[in-house]
Design a protein around this ligand. Sequence first.
Ligand code: HSE
Length: 307
Amino acid sequence: MTSSITIKAPSSTANLGPGFDVFGLAIDAFYDKVTLTKTKSGITIITDDNIPTNPENNTAGLVVKNMKKRFKIKNGIEIKIKKGVPAGFGMGSSAASAAAAAVAFDKLFSLKLDGNSLVEFAGFGEKASAGSVHYDNVAASVLGGFVIVKTNPLEVIRIEPPTNLRMCIAVPSIKVPKKKTKVSRGVIPKKINLTDSVLNISNASAIVAGFMRKDSELIGNSIKDVIVEPARQHLIPGFAKVKQNALKSGALGVTISGAGPSVIAFSKSSANLKKISQAMSRGFASKKIKCQTIICKPSKGAADKRK
Ligand code: HSE
């Protein structure tokens, strides 16, 4: 009988501009590793990283707690977490640990859950860090590729991204508030006007068509959000310049990665990705902010069996 399982889950970017809380894309920039081991009793968390070790406040801990209860598992469980996805930058860090924990739990106890159920359980972890459940990052991290999240009831649609899609991400070295996602969700308007809604729906639809047709240009050109990005951009000093620089250097579309503060540019593999990344760095430098840049591509997910 298996007593220990290790699962790797990728970083992810949520929203992709107009798809707020609906679109997610798994990206191969960083990975979290979670090892679940059966023990006699209780839930313990072991980690060298600076994250909560109380299961109630830990995204992976919450997932394990909920799954243990739901499936009436008597064993205790030790959760070993190795963070790879930097926390607080809009790259689905909490989601990656939650996704890895859900998939590992499923395998450890041979539950054979389907994708939607795995995403639903992984979502318990997100609630802890964001204050409300949203499944865009966890769905991408569990299933890989591009995902569309339908809610009530939860149904995740996965589309394999085009092979030439590339992203340049600029991660600024700025202090982020403790409950960053909660704070950045708090600045979004509660009501929107019809014209803005029409614009965002048209771009979101075109992004889906772009993934279906494997057309990176259509995806990139449609990364345009007139609702959430304008409301949040003041939280990212230098955002307008970073975006402008990336577009001038050949990026197809630029937006905030998830709740930020990372900025993500969408391109094709044939573009000069180094030039785009450097241009984004210069944008942050104009506000005296250092940043790390990462060139990445879509990733498979934690539950993906394909090599
Ligand atoms: N869709 C979410 C948001 C992702 O933008 O608030 C954050 O994790």
